[in-house]
Design a protein around this ligand. Structure first.
Ligand code: IVH
Length: 706
């Protein structure tokens, strides 16, 4: 193989496209040859400097002609070896998920919600684009000046993994886009066709390699390859169906935006249709369902999207799902099997959940060996006992359910335990509640372990490498007993190395993953605590309302004191105290959530846990939503009366998008009360307290002046 002929090469700037193509082919071959001589044979033929020059030339040419990057390009591999992990990419705009509809009623309710939110007249039509929901992995592909610059997985929606090199190997991902906006993030699904999946599995089996359970897993396994040449050898495909950041709009409707993407070279998921109302939507749903088995790829439902993009904009999103779209899932797959045993699981908040342990059975391609029985009443309703044959169903990612008993196994009726099966504490069931709870609280190891699992989970601290198994192991060995112990784990580094399943590298990775989370936004921190009734949405609201950890912490202590001084008040927050009233007036935080926070802070142990966490961490303020310079950012607004230009929900969503806080009741802390027609007591109270009162138009003017 030729070596030192660099001196004779044409300058990169002077290459024509045809020259470049040839040159890249030559370089790929040559570099691969030298990689082999160096890594496999241990017998390099050229100097490191000469080798580096070859790689640099390859990269320079690829830089000039990104469309010509070859699947076997040396730039997709790092010096013959492989990258040690995927680096992270923050999405310019979050990648959303979809709400689910399981029935025709859910679909009708979705449409009704859209109409209500937009305040549409009876006779105004809402066009909906319906298209298959592909069962793959979503990815975001960023193009600048028409060239692919990077691609990322969805990750947690805010931050994904850099899969640029792998995505470049897909045939239906164009390297350059003709006529694209200066910035365009194309979002869509990476998937594998059924046929390709079977063929891949055959090859894998023949090679004695891992076979995949279904096309989705095969796609995931193929995409998450550190070596892009492996990805290149796998039959992955991509559908474009959405977008992230854009420098200019693609179109005015979803339908036309799809067409634009198709025009740039992307494949679209079919069959898609524009529908005029529930009847048409459901008809299209059935059409797709009938074709499901014959479609070349796996789908798990149909996605409905409001066609008008200006309406999509107005509808916005709630938590992590758009209000303008929904996934209508196909009916669950069912199977019959026998219940070997019924066991009780103790959750993070002490809830006792009965679980049916099943003779393993395949349901829709997945082996199921456990199904939830929910609670005592559900066991009674189903009349299930150990030994019975039951029909179970699995829908999407939800835990399999027991539907009915099909054959009585003549076993004894199940006796719900009257003590916690884990810690032996008493169990109690509130008057209006369906669940039994363990009263062991802090002494119950099941609760403690579940709390820790929640703490490190994706939407909380998101610590990679601390899975269920390691948490349980570290708990048993007393390495992690409370959340702050996680951040002390680095002190036990040496004793971790050499344990079963732990090597120097994996321990180092774990510690890196932990260290990366020493700084955490307040909302995630609050959510991570796993306080009953405080989910992600409430945690976000609290974080925004109180701004900083110290504020929130001080307020919760005050709330807790006020509550314990007035334990019997169950209706009027004002009678409990001012801090309690303030908490309850934070949008959607009701007395249930407030009481739960009060109870959490009343527990001395919890206060200690918090103190050691606060010491170990930097709890950062929540990023204000995109409200650059809006005069309403940071203001507290109350809407009252009937609004004319938009519905109350829309007004609230828009105000929040501008960084305002929307409260349900007027207090001294309120900045503006926006009054619609027939406003009542809230308008009066505003006057009394001297709070600014605005008409709807005045509010709109203010909100739109950036
Ligand atoms: S739209 C803002 N369309 O479903 C909405 N998603 O459950 C973005 N998916 O994360 C998604 N097919 O991975 C959309 N035709 C389709 C889809 C689709 C599959 C996936 C996507 C998303 C998940 C949400």
């Amino acid at each position: 193989m030729n070596t030192g002929k660099q001196g004779m090469e044409a300058a990169v700037e002077a290459l024509t496209e045809q020259d470049a193509r040839k040159e890249l082919a030559r370089l790929a071959m040559e570099i691969a040859y030298h990689d082999g001589r160096y890594h496999k044979d241990d017998a390099p033929e050229i100097s490191d400097a000469q080798y580096d020059a070859l790689r640099r030339r390859n990269e320079a040419i690829e830089g000039r002609f990104p469309a010509l990057v070859r699947k076997d390009s040396p730039s997709l591999r790092v010096g013959g070896g492989l990258k040690s992990g995927f680096s992270k990419i923050r999405h310019a705009k979050p990648m959303l998920s979809l709400g689910n509809a399981f029935s025709e009623e859910d679909v009708a309710e979705f449409l009704a919600r859209v109409r209500r939110f937009l305040g549409l007249k009876e006779d105004e039509a809402v066009e909906i684009l319906a298209e298959p929901k592909i069962d793959g992995l979503s990815a975001s592909l960023r193009y600048e000046g028409g060239s692919l610059v990077y691609a990322a997985t969805r990750g947690d929606g805010s931050e994904g993994e850099d899969i640029t090199a792998n995505i470049r190997t897909l045939d239906d991902v164009p390297a350059t886009l003709p006529g694209a906006p200066a910035v365009l993030e194309v979002r869509g699904e990476v998937y594998m066709r059924k046929q390709d999946f079977f063929a891949l599995n055959e090859r894998q089996e023949a090679a004695g390699a891992k076979v995949f359970a279904n096309p989705r897993n095969a796609a995931a396994g193929s995409l998450r390859q550190l070596d892009p040449t492996i990805t290149a050898s796998r039959p992955l495909r991509f559908f474009g169906y959405a977008w992230g950041e854009l420098s200019e709009p693609l179109a005015t409707t979803q339908f036309d935006a799809r067409e634009r993407l198709a025009g740039m070279g992307f494949s679209l998921n079919q069959p898609a249709a524009l529908c005029g109302g529930v009847t048409e939507i459901l008809a299209h749903y059935r059409t797709i369902e009938e074709q499901r088995a014959d479609l070349p790829f796996d789908i798990d439902g149909v996605v409905y999207k409001v066609n008008r993009l200006d309406w999509q904009e107005r509808l916005g999103q709630v938590s992590r799902a758009p209000r303008w779209a929904i996934a209508h899932k196909f009916a669950a797959e069912k199977a019959e099997t026998v219940i070997d045993a019924i066991t009780i699981q103790v959750g993070r908040t002490g809830k006792l959940t009965p679980v049916a342990n099943l003779k393993p059975v395949t349901v829709g391609g997945v082996v199921v060996s456990r199904a939830t029985l929910h609670n005592e009443d559900e066991i009674a309703r189903l009349g299930v006992k150990e030994g019975d044959t039951v029909r179970i169903q699995r829908a999407g990612d939800v835990i399999p359910q027991v539907l009915e008993v099909v054959k009585d196994g003549a076993g004894a009726p199940f006796a719900f335990p009257n003590a916690c099966p884990v810690c032996g504490s008493d169990v109690e069931r509130g008057e209006d509640e369906v669940d039994w709870r363990c009263t062991g609280g802090l002494i119950c190891s099941a609760q403690a372990v579940e709390r820790l699992k929640h703490f490190v989970s994706r939407d909380a601290f998101d610590i990679e490498g601390l899975g269920t198994k390691s948490i349980e192991e570290f708990w048993t060995e007393k390495l992690i007993r409370e959340p702050a112990d996680i951040f002390r784990l680095r002190e036990s580094r040496d004793s971790l190395i050499g344990r079963e399943g732990w090597k120097e590298k994996s321990v180092a990775n774990l510690i890196d993953a932990i260290e990366a989370r020493r700084e955490i936004p307040l909302d995630r921190f609050i959510f991570a605590l796993g306080i009953r009734h405080i989910g992600q949405t409430t945690a976000k609201l609290l974080a925004r309302n109180y701004g900083a950890y110290e504020n929130w912490h001080a307020a919760m202590l005050a709330v807790s004191e006020e509550r314990s001084a007035n334990p019997d008040e169950h209706k009027k927050p004002d009678l409990i105290g001012p801090r309690y009233t303030e908490l309850v007036s934070v949008d959607t935080v009701g007395m249930t959530a407030a009481d739960s926070l009060a109870a959490f802070f009343a527990e001395a142990h919890n206060r200690t846990v918090l103190a050691s966490l606060a010491e170990a961490l930097t709890i950062s303020d929540v990023e204000a939503p995109s409200s650059d310079g809006s005069p309403v950012a940071g203001k507290t607004v109350v809407f009252t009366g009937t609004l004319e230009k938009m519905t109350r929900n829309e007004a609230k969503a828009r105000a929040e998008a501008l960084g305002a806080k929307v409260a349900g009741s007027v207090s001294k802390k309120t900045d503006y009360v926006v009054v619609g027609a027939e406003a009542g007591s809230k308008a009066r109270k505003a006057e009394e307290l001297g709070v600014s009162v605005l008409s709807e138009q005045e509010w709109l003017d203010m909100a739109s002046s950036a």
